[in-house]
Design a protein around this ligand. Structure first.
Ligand SMILES: [Zn+2]
Length: 99
């Protein structure tokens, strides 16, 4: 399943995905950076240490890859290609909970 639309909302610091089943998903940049699926970041998480992420990290580029999307972050990290299924199972931003 691939989303109908992907939008990069710099004002909200979130990526917005619209899924064919009607679900709207908002994913925080910092969460996406922490959950980067590249081999380097996977190795970090397997060791139990999350990659060091600046809370103000931005998504500065989106490159569609067919089965997913490559995200380019403002800290220079651009190794992660996020398959759509992977994005779909990430926890959506809980609107209104943290302000
Ligand atoms: Zn990574």
């Amino acid at each position: 399943m691939s989303p109908l639309a992907v939008a990069n909302s710099r004002s909200k610091q979130q990526l917005h995905l619209s899924w064919p089943d009607g679900r709207e998903q908002w994913l925080d940049y910092a969460l996406l950076r922490k959950q980067c699926p590249c081999s380097q970041c996977r190795a970090f998480r397997l060791q139990g240490s999350a990659p060091l992420v600046d809370a103000r990290v931005q998504v500065v580029g989106l490159n569609a890859q067919g089965y997913g999307v490559q995200l380019v972050f403002s800290d220079g990290h651009e190794r992660g290609i996020y398959p759509w299924e992977y994005l779909a199972q990430l926890p959506p931003h809980a609107a209104g909970v943290d302000g």
